[in-house]
Design a protein around this ligand. Structure first.
Ligand SMILES: NC(=O)C1=CN([C@@H]2O[C@H](COP(=O)(O)OP(=O)(O)OC[C@H]3O[C@@H](n4cnc5c(N)ncnc54)[C@H](OP(=O)(O)O)[C@@H]3O)[C@@H](O)[C@H]2O)C=CC1
Ligand SMILES: O=C(O)[C@@H]1CCC=N1
Length: 279
């Protein structure tokens, strides 16, 4: 445990130091946040050691020790353990009145507030793994107890991971999770399928990998940098009667749009189930 620093206002305690917390902490420190203002509770000793040595943050095995004096509590544990983790901290939460931020899929601001004893400002957020590169996007919802300073605090924490989008209706946070939280995996799945197809067409493994990766990167950059709609960019690749048209017709005939819609609807539904199952 590294408890040598004295917490002060502006200190954030991360509860859970796993994959997402690590990405977000790395982004914050890279963006100039003083590591002394970050405290992390993480049960795994190896993960604690690497957070401490890589980023210089204070690490703790015990969440109650990590939150001491921190005015923002950032919950980055799995939805399945959130209730117990919050319950163990509720007395301190009521005494300390932190701004609560969560990245857990499905878990609602009402549940977090209830488990922490009630009456707290809670910002429910949904980042994604490109946060690791500062290229993520996060949807944020603030409950009625969050003031302007609390919103700014949450936004500052998440903006180190990339773009931020405020969502006014919390019932839409499961859709945010389904679109952008899980979304990187859909792009990775497409890349996997394209790489397999490239090899099936006789391309060597390394050529298949490079062709797919650079195609995904180039297409993503065009989407972001050109200012054009996806449909227009697609139209420009698709010569009438050409190769792209043959592929697109195959995707459409196979019901790609319906399949994507069903996948995102299922992910959205699962968010609601995570909330109910862990209440
Ligand atoms: N992965 C993703 O793409 C995204 C994930 N999320 C959300 O982020 C959250 C974390 O996910 P992710 O980082 O992938 O998961 P991880 O399992 O990598 O991280 C969670 C960490 O919390 C630790 N932990 C468990 N119990 C406690 C406790 N009582 N006190 C402190 N730490 C504890 C776990 O330790 P141990 O393993 O030893 O139990 C683990 O290291 C989830 O709620 C998920 O829904 C949100 C957006 C995207
Ligand atoms: O799959 C999950 O449940 C988490 C939330 C979004 C991305 N990963």
């Amino acid at each position: 445990m590294n408890a040598s620093r004295t917490p002060s206002p502006g200190t954030t305690a991360f509860i859970g130091g796993g994959n997402m917390a690590r990405s977000l902490i790395g982004g914050l420190v890279a963006a100039g946040t003083d590591p002394a203002a970050i405290r992390v509770a993480e049960p795994d000793a190896t993960a604690r050691e690497s957070l401490s040595s890589d980023f210089g943050v204070a690490v703790f095995a015990d969440a109650a020790a990590a939150v001491e004096g921190a005015d923002t509590w950032f919950f980055a544990v799995k939805p399945q353990v959130m209730r117990d983790v919050c319950a163990a901290l509720s007395a301190v939460a009521q005494a300390q009145r932190p701004v609560v931020v969560s990245i857990a899929a499905g878990i609602t601001s009402t549940q977090l507030d209830r488990w922490l004893g009630g009456g707290l400002p809670v910002v429910r957020t949904m980042p994604n793994t490109p946060a690791l590169l500062g290229a993520g996007v996060t949807g944020l919802f603030a409950n009625a107890a969050v003031d302007t300073a609390g919103r700014a605090r949450a936004e500052a924490l998440l903006s180190a991971a990339g773009e931020t989008v405020w969502i006014e209706d919390e019932t839409r946070m499961d859709a945010v999770t389904a679109v952008s939280g899980s979304g990187p995996a859909y792009v990775f799945l497409l890349a996997e399928a394209m790489e397999d197809a490239a090899k099936a067409q006789g391309l060597p493994d390394d050529a298949a990998r490079t062709l797919v990766l650079q195609t995904v990167l180039g297409a993503a950059r065009m989407l972001v940098e050109s200012g054009e709609a996806p449909a227009e960019l697609r139209r420009r690749v698709t010569s009438p009667g050409g190769t792209t048209q043959a592929a697109i017709e195959t995707f459409e005939a196979g019901g790609l749009r319906t399949l994507v819609g069903a996948a995102i609807a299922n992910a959205t539904r699962r968010g609601g189930e995570l909330s109910a199952a862990n209440d």
